[in-house]
Design a protein around this ligand. Structure first.
Ligand code: ADP
Ligand code: ZN
Length: 443
């Protein structure tokens, strides 16, 4: 396994499952799929109605092949059924709620039974182990603790391994670095953009990670990043940087994870079934082809998901990995079908910004969003066209409109943006589907 620091050892947390034969896996997935479909049909009105509408009965779903007969689930379903509509068990069996950051007012939440928390912990234990973590390690968790799944996810995984956890939560960079140095943290968990920021601050303080820190590896995710960014993190911090993927609807971080081969993320396929579909038609696509990632949870009981559309674009491979794991791998997320941006951890949909702009007098509904990364922090600039009459107004009137947009976006979306009013007809027009987003954060 090349390109590694050599500081961490190759380890597998659960070889029986992570190296299971593809045939055995198929049988196990099919069996678990039959159970979860029955459970959803019997306990969740939305799934019963959708399956009835399609004329599909639980007994029609026998193997993974039959997945294609099941209805899809969308983020909007979670929003519509908020908070308890999709629970498949009585509320007293739920021991935890997590939620995802700011969409239009209502958050989306997921409920976990004790068993669901155990399954998720196992998934995260596999994830951390794949990056080289063992019970001797000191795991610094700099993901936020709260409704966000990042902090608790990493904590539970480290806990399952028996490693020592430093639950720092996010922010307070000076204190993170002081603790990292004094406690001798060996594994770091945070977003990739924060890892770069930590690395740059450590260097600015005159510290040499190779001598002054004990860091060996890190699991970085919750937002898209690139190979260039991996190289930067690895050089700044002198560690092996592994990718980790997840989403609240499916359990949180640990749905898939990279091993030290660093060529795609192994999917915890004994707990979730992954499909790639053509986002326009919903047709399943074969391995190797890029499309939209769809997950079905097969061991979750509190709030399982059938064919949840992530809107993340990537491709899958079931080629055997050098690490020995047989679990299929997904490539980096190359984009999103719905243009959703993640700005400083907040999910931002262009449609939310559009809804603010159409309510403001003096601007036309022609706009562009530019995401950038300045000093390792995400920024979002809104450029919107003025109407002809606004264009001839005084500077102070224009500034008042800018302020109004800033305030409205802040209250609706929950983030501060830069607002720039531009001349009429200066925003490009598109034939067909308009493009509103330019993401310039690729490092
Ligand atoms: P969280 O609150 O855990 O960030 P969300 O459900 O808000 O979870 O966001 C999940 C989304 O974050 C995913 O659908 C995906 O778009 C993005 N994401 C998470 N991990 C990664 C990753 N490693 N690479 C690219 N995108 C990621
Ligand atoms: Zn591998």
């Amino acid at each position: 396994m090349g390109k590694n620091t050599g500081k961490v050892e190759h380890r597998i947390f659960n070889p029986a499952m992570e190296c299971i034969s593809r045939d055995e896996l198929y049988a196990l997935q099919s069996e678990r799929l039959r159970q979860v479909v029955r459970h959803e049909y019997d306990n969740v009105r939305l799934y019963r109605e959708r399956m009835d509408a399609k004329g599909v009965k639980p007994e029609d779903i026998r193997t993974v092949e039959d997945l294609k007969y099941l209805p899809f689930t969308e983020k909007s379903d979670l929003r519509d059924e908020f908070p308890y509509g999709l629970l498949a068990v009585p509320q007293e069996e739920i021991v935890r709620i997590h939620g995802s950051s700011g969409t239009t007012g209502k958050p989306i939440v997921s409920g976990y039974t004790r068993g669901d928390v155990d399954v998720w912990s196992e998934m995260m234990a596999r994830t951390l182990t794949a990056a080289g973590c063992s019970r001797e390690d000191i795991v610094q968790v700099a993901y936020g603790f709260g409704l966000f799944t990042g902090g608790f996810g990493a904590y539970q995984g480290a806990n399952r391994i028996g490693a020592m956890v430093l639950p720092m939560s996010s922010g307070n960079t000076q204190r993170q670095i002081m603790m990292m140095q004094e406690m001798g943290s060996t594994i770091l968990c945070c977003t990739p953009s924060y890892a770069v920021y930590l690395g740059e601050t450590i260097r600015e303080m005159g510290l040499d990670p190779a001598k002054d820190l004990k860091l060996k590896a890190g699991c970085f995710g919750a937002e898209p990043w690139s190979e260039a960014m991996r190289k930067r993190i690895e050089e700044l911090l002198c560690i092996d940087a592994c990718d980790i993927y997840g989403l609240t609807e499916i359990c949180g971080p640990g749905v898939s994870y990279e091993c030290l081969v660093k060529e795609g993320m192994h999917i915890n396929e004994d707990h979730v079934i992954a499909e790639i579909i053509n986002p326009a038609t919903g047709e399943p696509l074969p391995y190797g082809q890029e499309g939209e990632l769809v997950f079905t949870t097969i061991t979750k009981r509190g709030m399982p998901m059938l064919r949840y559309r992530t809107h993340d674009l990537c491709s899958l491979t079931d080629k055997k990995c050098e690490c020995g794991r047989t679990l299929a791998r997904m490539g980096r997320i190359t984009g999103r079908t719905d243009d959703m941006l993640i700005i400083r951890g907040v999910n931002v949909f262009p449609s939310q910004i559009e809804s603010v702009l159409v309510g403001i007098h003096g601007v036309a509904p022609h706009y562009m969003l530019y995401a950038d990364r300045v000093n390792s922090a995400d920024t979002l600039e809104i450029q919107v066209e003025m109407t002809e009459e606004m264009f001839s107004d005084t500077v102070s009137e224009i500034e008042a409109v800018q302020r109004k947009i800033f305030e409205s976006v802040k209250s609706v979306v929950g983030i501060a943006t830069k607002v720039k009013l531009v001349a009429p007809k200066s925003i490009p027009r598109f034939e067909g589907k308009a493009k509103h987003v330019v993401d310039r954060r690729k490092l």
